[in-house]
Design a protein around this ligand. Sequence first.
Ligand SMILES: [Zn+2]
Length: 77
Amino acid sequence: MGTWIEIRCENRTAATTDSDPGNRCWSHDNAGPMGEASDNRASLIQMVRGLEDEARETGWVKTRKGWFCPFCTSSPG
Ligand SMILES: [Zn+2]
């Protein structure tokens, strides 16, 4: 048994993000950084840090509201 962790875009519910695949919010295509950690605190923390590193490297931006995918970061609305 493990714990699934995934970074989801905070803008994923905006109407303008619900467009064609490849031209919409990454979270509509479940394309965010994700992975499965073991069920202990150390593994969970390590997994989150790894996913955040991966997110930054692939263009995700963390704001005070949370994470935003590369599409929503570069597209108005
Ligand atoms: Zn998005």
